[in-house]
Design a protein around this ligand. Structure first.
Ligand SMILES: N[C@@H](CCC(=O)N[C@@H](CS)C(=O)NCC(=O)O)C(=O)O
Length: 156
């Protein structure tokens, strides 16, 4: 596809953001960043892991680009139902699965932060508050600092 990200892990090559993140969580943080295989919370976890690439991104792109389509014929449905589904998923909080931060938050949160940054999704309070909680996480701050250092290195 000529797209990033692509992960190489030994002999294994994985592309597609959701697949890369689910692979990493299951292989290296099972039971921490992803629910254990026998935990029924996995149902909700997996659903949210694929939601950004299957629903949020095409749905917000369709809205931003003014595509005309019938929501019943598009896999991502209507823009309004994307917003209400996200609001519903975040209603309990602080994270999508409750108290436990998982890779699903990294995926949904990463997508939402991007959409909010480029005004491609309504800045509804539940979404903005969630993005702010994510931004407070020390791990996100460490990653942002590494990304910034990489950008500076490559822009010289
Ligand atoms: N379906 C892919 C999409 C990835 C994607 O859009 N990658 C962008 C960067 S965020 C890209 O590689 N753009 C470069 C290009 O299309 O030339 C995924 O979910 O990983």
């Amino acid at each position: 596809m000529g797209k990033l990200p692509v992960l190489t892990d030994g002999d294994v090559v994985v592309s597609e953001t959701s697949a890369v993140c689910m692979y990493l969580a299951d292989r290296y943080a099972l039971g921490r960043l992803s629910p254990a295989l026998d935990n029924s919370a996995r149902g909700s976890y997996l659903r949210w892991c694929v939601y950004p690439s299957a629903v949020i991104e095409p749905g917000c792109m369709a809205k931003a680009a003014g595509w005309e389509y019938k929501p019943g014929q598009a896999g991502w449905g209507s823009y309004e139902s994307i917003l209400s589904t996200l609001e519903g998923g975040l209603a309990k909080g602080p994270w999508l699965l409750g108290e436990q931060f998982t890779m699903a938050d990294l995926l949904v949160g990463g997508s939402l932060r991007w959409m909010l940054r480029f005004n491609m999704i309504d800045a509804r309070p539940a979404l903005v508050d969630y993005a702010a909680r994510l931004a407070e996480r020390p791990a996100l701050q460490r990653a942002a600092a590494k990304n910034k250092a990489e950008e500076e290195e490559h822009s010289r």
